[in-house]
Design a protein around this ligand. Structure first.
Ligand code: PMP
Length: 397
């Protein structure tokens, strides 16, 4: 059965991390995988998470199964974080949430639900997008098409082309948007642009679905949810896959959620019962540790404030590194204008470096960037900035 299988290529992002780990150069710099790093190049457990874990250790009474859709309080707190504390939709019962194993798990439940329980057969994703979107949706059986998103010349959102392409999406198809901090470009639509896209979705009758993996990493918790909230207000139906990997630093605990919004409470309840059947046949019910950590933090005002402070520290460090990166590139003699990097949101930046330049950085200088030129700004520090910029200027000239 197995002998005729052809070996799969390494994952374009995680595979690079393995090569980086094996690289013996002392000054190597990893700007590839999407993990936040502090100024010491570490990804420590947040202090509020440590506290919540200590509480859990003390108070946990059982390891019995969670419900299929996970912890009820986790799901309610997730809705409030995404849609806002007093959102009418939540009060009206139109919103249902299932805890999921990470944002990836949520996206996979979303895809299975669309393929197996609705008539949707095709999903549109931005070009470019996080490469795993294509894999997740295709593996679930959806046909994946892309819409134009990025103008490589101006380093801006190619909004006219985006609208032109979304005009060709048929009723009964799905379109995926990144809620904020678009991965890999770091460029998000403005509120006015979100409004135009939302109006188009209504006019055309396609289903908007969101991937919200970086809430709090762009401009702030509420600011980053602006697009999702605008759609939630306007659309009769919406799906949102969200993740706590980045904003709580809970990467390996696999904490995320799938949120479904329907036209009324009855439809929401009925559709959500189908989401439950998808989960049951997939992994039965989710793990509890990470979700309990999130509950302990978000339901305690003091700990929530502490978390918001830690999240703000992460976000501000990334902003500072963006500014310093552009300034240092200039000081080291870069002729190109890199100021567009300071306008991008979140951890990633689409640097505009070509594949050839990316390979030269990797081979000659031990600097690891994804082949597309996407770099993780959170991998930059005061200590590695000078070497990083010198090396980039060398491969540019
Ligand atoms: N969506 C996007 C755009 C991402 O960048 C990531 C993480 N790299 C995810 C989803 C998945 O996050 P998680 O680790 O929670 O599965």
């Amino acid at each position: 059965m197995f002998e005729n299988l052809v070996a799969a290529p390494a994952d374009p992002i995680l595979g690079l991390a393995e090569i980086f780990n094996a690289d013996e150069r002392i000054n190597k710099i990893n700007l590839s995988v999407g993990i936040y790093k502090d100024e010491h190049m570490l990804t420590p457990v947040l202090a509020c998470v440590k506290k919540a874990e200590a509480q859990l250790l003390e108070n946990e009474q059982t390891k019995s199964y969670l419900p299929i859709e996970g912890l009820v309080t986790f799901n309610t707190l997730t809705q409030k974080l995404i849609l806002g504390e007093d959102n009418q939709l939540i009060i009206s019962g139109r919103v249902k949430t299932a805890q999921a194993p990470g944002g990836t798990g949520a996206l996979r439940i979303m895809a299975d639900f669309l393929v197996k329980r609705t008539k949707i057969k095709r999903i549109w994703v931005s070009s470019p997008t996080w490469p795993n979107h294509q894999s997740i949706f295709q593996t679930a059986g959806l046909e994946v098409r892309d819409y134009r998103y990025y103008n490589a010349q101006t380093h801006e959102l190619d909004f006219d082309s985006l609208i032109e392409d979304l005009n060709h999406v048929s009723a009964g198809e799905a379109v995926l948007f990144h809620g904020c901090c678009h991965n890999p470009t770091g460029i998000d639509p403005t509120p006015e642009q979100w409004q135009i896209i939302s109006d188009l979705a209504l006019k055309k009758g396609w289903l908007p679905v969101f991937d919200l993996a970086y809430q709090g990493f762009g401009q702030g918790l509420d600011e980053d949810a602006l697009g999702v909230r605008l759609f939630a207000k306007n659309q009769p139906e919406l799906l949102i896959a969200s993740s706590y990997s980045k904003n709580f630093g809970l990467y390996n605990e696999r904490v995320g959620a799938l949120t479904l919004i329907a036209e009324n409470e009855d439809i929401a309840e009925c559709a959500f019962s189908q989401v439950r059947t998808i989960i049951r046949a997939n992994y039965s019910n989710p793990p509890s540790h990470g979700a309990n950590v999130v509950v302990n933090i978000l339901s305690n005002p003091e700990m929530k404030d502490e978390w918001i402070d830690e999240l703000t520290t992460m976000r501000q460090r990334i902003h500072r590194m963006r500014q310093l990166f552009v300034k240092t590139l200039q000081e080291k003699g870069a002729k190109q204008d890199f100021s567009f990097i300071t306008k991008q949101n979140g951890m990633f930046s689409f640097s505009g470096l070509t594949e050839e330049q990316v390979f030269a950085l990797r081979n000659d200088y031990g600097i690891y960037i994804v082949n597309s030129g996407r770099l993780n700004v959170a991998g930059m520090t005061l200590d590695n900035m000078s070497l990083l910029c010198e090396s980039i200027v060398k491969v540019l000239s």
